[in-house]
Design a binder for this molecule. Structure first.
Ligand code: MG
Length: 284
């Protein structure tokens, strides 16, 4: 099933999409997506408390989790080709390590599909895009094995891990500030439940800028897979309903081209993942 957050008569509502994605049924008695995630027990579409449907094209979608409960957990260098392009840009050598590179991305408010990405011309000349499969945690989880991990995944959505490469480079190589500028977390268009995708997904992950195909990877290329990530993270802290793990981006980001193809105001960035949908944003 696909669950979305949207504006309904001036208030934030959560709804379920019809299978043909033409209609959205608001869910009665559910305050927000975290409330749905916390209370959902795998009910079928028929068993959900649905209100009268609204045509999807008439509603304004928001990010499925507009205010994540914590900073986003991000994985760096989870596709070999991207790790190599990134190392080339930085003039270093990439070597796969037994453990992934984790970092966090501060998010006040996630950007919805259709909304704009701010360009921050006073801060950055190297604005970049990264399409990523984002795992949405469904249940409180601590010390789980990779085999148990599936029970704790609510579903998946798409994240654009917008990044400023020059801010990254001019602040000691850190990621936090360069990826946490306000508006740098477009997410959506909705969450697809885990039963439709599974825990070892093989999904095409693509991005386009102004219609030009830039990234074209597949989640089967992960260097560190989702069960491993959940198990390892949960060995160190509690994961909670609505927590998000962004699983890294394939090659073809702006810094990977010669010369680099960074984003400019007016550019339209389309992030697409097979089985989920498209997240589309314009640079302001
Ligand atoms: Mg990333």
């Amino acid at each position: 099933m696909k669950f979305a957050t949207f504006m309904l008569q001036g208030r934030e509502a959560v709804g379920v999409l019809s299978t043909d994605e033409q209609l959205i049924y608001p869910l009665a008695g559910i305050g927000d997506m975290i409330g749905l995630i916390s209370s959902y027990g795998g009910e079928s579409m028929d068993a959900l408390p649905k209100e009268q449907p609204v045509p999807l094209e008439e509603v304004r979608l928001m990010a499925p989790i507009p205010h994540p409960p914590h900073d986003l957990i991000c994985v760096g260098m989870n596709y070999l080709e991207h790790a190599l392009e990134s190392a080339r840009f930085k003039g270093i050598k990439f070597k796969k390590t037994p453990n992934p590179l984790y970092f966090s991305k501060r998010v006040g408010r996630c950007t919805a599909t259709g909304d704009e990405i701010p360009a921050y011309p006073h801060l950055t000349k190297q604005l970049d895009y990264e399409v990523e499969l984002a795992v949405v945690i469904g249940k409180r989880c601590r010390d789980v094995t990779p085999q148990e991990a599936m029970d704790y995944v609510f579903g998946y959505t798409i994240l654009n891990d917008v990044s400023s490469r020059d801010v990254q480079g001019s602040h000691g190589g850190q990621y936090y500030f360069s990826k946490s500028l306000e508006g740098f977390a477009p997410m959506g268009p909705w969450i697809v439940t885990a039963d439709e995708i599974g825990l070892s997904p093989q999904l095409g992950v693509r991005s386009r800028v102004n219609g030009e195909l830039r990234q074209n990877g597949n989640t089967k290329e992960f260097l560190y897979d989702i069960p491993f990530l959940i198990s390892q993270l949960s060995s160190g802290f509690v994961l909670e309903p609505g927590d998000i793990i962004a699983t890294g981006t394939p090659s073809g980001v702006g810094m990977g081209f010669h010369p680099p193809k960074f984003l400019s105001p007016g550019d339209v960035v389309e992030c697409e993942i097979e089985g989920i949908g498209k997240l589309v944003n314009t640079v302001r």
